[in-house]
Design a protein around this ligand. Structure first.
Ligand SMILES: C[S@@+](CC[C@H](N)C(=O)[O-])C[C@H]1O[C@@H](n2cnc3c(N)ncnc32)[C@H](O)[C@@H]1O
Length: 378
C-alpha cells in the first residue's frame, strides 16, 4: 500500500493476509478484554478526536516532514517550518505521540514511525481528507436519518449523506460541482484493496485470441483508469482494446496511458461497446440499490455476446462471520448512497433479475472476501 519505502530501522510484521488480520483482531480483543467501562468510554472519546488531529497534522505537512528527515526533529524546527505557535504545536505533537502516530524521541524531539510513514503516503492523505470532509459529517447525520426513516431502507438514493451536505442531489452529480472533494474520493479509490484480482483471472489464456479491433476489456465506472492501466502494464502484448468508461468529469482528468482508451459514458444508458470479451465493474454496484443496479446490469447484458463475460470485482460476503471492515464498508455505502455490500446469495439474486447468471465466484482476499464474480448472459 505504501508509496514510500520503509527506512532501515522500521519493520512491519509480515504475514499472509489471513494470519495478519487474525493476529490484529486477537490483539485488539486482548486489549479490550482488559478495559474497564471507563476505558471503553475513553477509547471512544479519543477516537472522535483522532481523525481531526491527524487532519491538522496533514494540513501543516507534519508527517511528510518527519518522514523526510533522517534524524529526529525538534519542536523549534517543526514550529519554524510550519509557522505554528510553538507551545500550542507542542500540545498537538504530544497528543500525536501519545496516540502513536509519531514517536517522541526526547524532550521536544519527534521522529517518524510506521504510522507516520503511512500518513505521509499521498493516497492515504487523500483518503483522510475524504474521511474528514465527507464521511464523518455523513456519519454525524446518520442517527437523525435513521430516526426519520424508522430504520427502513426504501428504494432510491435518499441517504444520511444528503442531509449532511443539505442537498437533494445524488452523490456523483453533487461532487461534479465540487471537484476538490471529488479528487479526495479519487485518491481513496487509488488505495489498493486486499488481495490481487489478477490472480484469479487467467487473462493470458482466456484473452489470447481476441482480435485486435475487438474490445478486450471494458472497465465500466473505471474512474481514472487504475485497473486498466495495471492490466496493460501486466499484459502489454494482449490483443484487443482496453477501454475505461466513466462520467465526463472523471475521464477528462485521467492521465493518458499507452493502449488505454478513455470514453465518457453514463452507465444508465445503452452500452456503446458491443461484444467485448470482458466487461469489468470494480466497486460500482456497491454504490447502488437493487433497482438502479438492475438498470446498470441490464445495459451491460444487452451489449454482451455469447463469448462475453462480466467480471464484477466486489466483496461477496458469507452469511456469517463477516470481518469488521466489510461490515463497516457496508454501512458506509448505506450512509453515503443507500447502497450495500452484497452476500453471495444477494449476488445470485441480483444478477438473475438482470438476465445474467453467476458462473463462478473467485475469492482473492480470503478475509475481506474481495472476489471476482463471473457472470454470463442467461
Ligand atoms: C466507487 S467508484 C469505483 C471506481 C473504479 N471502478 C475503482 O474501483 O477504482 C464508482 C465509479 O462510478 C462512476 N460513476 C458514477 N455514476 C456513473 C454513471 N452514471 N455512469 C458512469 N460512471 C459512473 C464514478 O465516477 C466512479 O468513478
Amino acid at each position: 500500500m505504501l508509496a514510500l519505502s520503509e527506512p532501515k530501522n522500521m519493520h512491519r510484521v509480515r504475514a499472509d493476509e489471513a494470519s495478519r488480520l487474525k493476529m490484529q483482531d486477537s490483539l485488539r480483543s486482548a486489549a479490550e478484554a482488559m478495559e474497564t467501562p471507563n476505558d471503553t468510554m475513553l477509547r471512544l472519546f479519543n477516537g472522535a478526536l483522532e481523525v481531526p488531529m491527524i487532519k491538522a497534522g496533514v494540513d501543516i505537512g507534519l508527517f511528510k516532514m518527519l518522514v523526510a528527515s533522517q534524524t529526529p526533529l525538534t519542536l523549534a524546527k517543526i514550529a519554524n517550518t510550519t509557522k505554528a505557535e510553538p507551545v500550542f504545536l507542542g500540545r498537538i505533537l504530544r497528543y500525536l505521540a501519545a496516540t502513536r502516530f509519531i514517536t517522541e524521541t526526547g524532550k521536544d524531539q519527534f521522529s517518524a514511525n510506521l504510522s507516520t510513514q503511512s500518513l505521509a503516503d499521498p493516497a492515504i492523505e487523500g483518503s483522510l481528507n475524504y474521511i474528514f470532509a465527507i464521511a464523518i459529517p455523513a456519519y454525524m447525520a446518520l442517527p437523525e436519518f435513521l430516526r426519520q426513516t424508522s430504520f427502513q431502507a426504501p428504494p432510491g438514493t435518499q441517504c444520511a449523506w444528503q442531509q449532511s451536505v443539505k442537498t437533494d442531489m445524488d452523490w456523483f452529480p453533487y461532487y461534479k460541482q465540487h471537484p476538490e472533494q471529488l479528487s479526495y474520493f479519487q485518491k481513496l479509490m487509488s488505495v489498493p484493496r486486499d488481495g490481487e484480482w489478477f490472480d484469479v483471472v487467467p487473462f493470458a489464456e482466456e484473452a489470447a485470441n481476441v482480435s485486435p479491433d475487438r474490445a478486450l476489456f471494458v472497465d465500466i465506472g473505471g474512474s481514472i483508469g487504475h485497473q486498466s492501466k495495471r492490466l496493460r502494464s501486466k499484459y502489454p502484448t494482449l490483443p484487443g482494446r482496453v477501454i475505461v468508461q466513466d462520467l465526463p468529469e472523471t475521464v477528462n482528468v485521467a492521465t493518458p496511458a499507452p493502449g488505454v482508451e478513455f470514453m465518457a459514458y453514463d452507465f444508465f444508458t445503452a452500452q456503446p461497446v458491443q461484444g467485448a470479451r470482458f466487461y469489468y465493474m470494480r466497486t460500482v454496484l456497491h454504490d447502488w440499490d437493487e433497482e438502479n443496479s438492475i438498470k446498470i446490469l441490464k445495459n451491460t447484458a444487452a451489449a454482451m455476446s455469447a463469448g462475453s463475460q462480466l467480471l464484477i470485482d466486489e466483496m461477496a460476503l458469507p452469511n456469517k462471520d463477516v470481518h469488521w471492515w466489510s461490515a463497516c464498508l457496508d454501512l458506509h455505502m448505506y450512509t453515503m448512497l443507500n447502497a450495500l455490500e452484497r452476500t453471495v446469495d444477494q449476488w445470485h439474486d441480483l444478477l438473475g433479475k438482470a438476465g445474467l447468471k453467476v458462473v463462478d465466484i473467485r475469492t482473492y482476499a480470503s478475509v475481506m472476501k474481495n472476489s471476482i464474480i463471473v457472470a454470463e448472459r442467461l
